[in-house]
Design a protein around this ligand. Structure first.
Ligand SMILES: [Zn+2]
Length: 375
């Protein structure tokens, strides 16, 4: 564990230095050399393992023939798994149960990445380090799928009451209640460029809207069909079947919102659901934006969320997966409401992973929890 963490740290530090050091080539060579050495020792370990577990007389693994796909996080991992079916060996870079925003790759991860046929990643703020890594390895023999290139992205929104990463939110009056979302967003954009002088980041949680997930599935299917044309018909069929299930999921979200008593949701947590909210017409209030690194909310932020829950008699305070749920618990205690999970599918717990949770099963649970929260 200690060694593992140490190598992760080392690998990540090397990567970081790639982007901002003038000894860029040296750093990249260092990491590749380090990965190569790690590869050698890991390969030795793997041969020993394969000898023990090989079922066939030849001792070669069936997975050698499969198209090797690596996805950075859970959502694209599962979508690729659905399309890949029997002919792709899909793995996830971030281990189940770990926080995706602070992930540190091991040298082994880098070796795996060098050896895969298809690599799928988000392309957002929190995995920007992968851009550096990809530019430092030979990718001519692999296909790279970047989710943020597939769909129309939206700028991260910091709505009134939401705590900024670099400031404690001021105690502004919330007379903007009921204001149209577009108006609030426009004002916030103005606020961002005026007050902070930074260009808003594009929100990276693109897979939380089902139509976006469908676009991603089509893109993955195209890439697999080109990479492994022998099994193109199978990938195509898997994608067609799965897209039909996603259509049904999409209908469920639309139906829940159309039949709801309210369209406002409150998150005592980060809010990685911008695409979901925009797609299905949800208004939202949250402690932090999508990929905020903050976990401690100010008293003002919590008070504003409590007031919102009371004012609109909202029955559910949401938290997201793998969260410490402290803020959601506090709001629920103060308002006599219940805490439910809206799962953003960044990653899943080890238990859920073993139990076979999928994007579809998690999103169906989201539909059920939304139904409670909106009525
Ligand atoms: Zn995120």
């Amino acid at each position: 564990m200690g060694n593992d963490a140490g190598s992760r740290c080392f690998a990540r530090k090397m990567l970081r230095s790639c982007s901002d050091s003038r000894f860029q080539n040296l750093s990249i060579k260092g990491i590749i050399l380090f990965a190569a050495l790690a590869s050698f020792s890991i390969l030795c370990g793997c041969v020993a393992l394969a000898d023990k577990t090989a079922g066939s007389a030849s001792g070669t693994s069936e997975s050698d023939d499969k198209t090797k796909v690596i996805a950075s996080i859970f959502a694209p991992y599962d979508l690729a798994r659905q399309v890949g079916g029997d002919y792709a060996e899909v793995s996830m870079l971030v281990p189940p149960g770990s926080e995706t925003h602070s992930f540190e790759p091991t040298p082994r991860d880098i070796v795996d990445l060098q050896e895969c046929d298809v690599f799928i990643y988000v392309g957002g703020e929190s995995d920007a380090w992968l851009d550096d890594l990809l530019s430092s390895i030979d990718t001519t023999d692999k296909r790279i799928v970047r989710l943020m290139d597939i769909v129309d992205t939206l700028e991260e929104v910091h709505i009134e009451g939401m705590q900024e990463d670099d400031e404690i939110v001021s105690d502004e009056s919330d007379d903007e209640h009921g204001q149209d979302f577009e108006e609030r967003r426009a004002e916030q954009d103005e606020h961002d460029s005026d007050a902070h002088g930074h260009v808003g980041e594009q929100d990276e949680h693109v897979w939380t809207s089902v139509p976006n997930a469908k676009s991603i599935v089509r893109a993955i299917a195209d890439v697999l069909m080109e990479t492994d044309s022998v099994h193109a018909a199978s990938y195509d069929q898997n994608a067609t079947d799965y897209l039909q299930q996603l259509d049904e999921l999409d209908d469920q979200f639309r139906e829940v919102v159309a039949q709801a008593n309210r369209t406002t949701v409150v998150f005592g947590d980060r809010f990685p659901f911008l695409y979901l909210a925009e797609e299905y017409g949800l208004r939202y209030y949250a402690a932090f934006s999508g990929c905020s690194t903050q976990t401690e909310a100010s008293a003002n932020t919590i008070a504003a969320l409590i007031e919102r829950v009371k004012e609109e008699q909202i029955p559910v305070v949401f938290k997201i997966e793998l969260s410490n749920h402290k803020i959601a618990d506090t709001i629920a205690e103060q308002t006599g409401t219940q805490v439910l999970v809206l799962h953003a599918c960044h990653n899943i717990s080890k238990d859920d992973f073993v139990a076979g949770a999928t994007y579809l099963s998690l999103m169906e649970q989201n539909v059920a929890n939304l139904r409670i929260a909106l009525n």
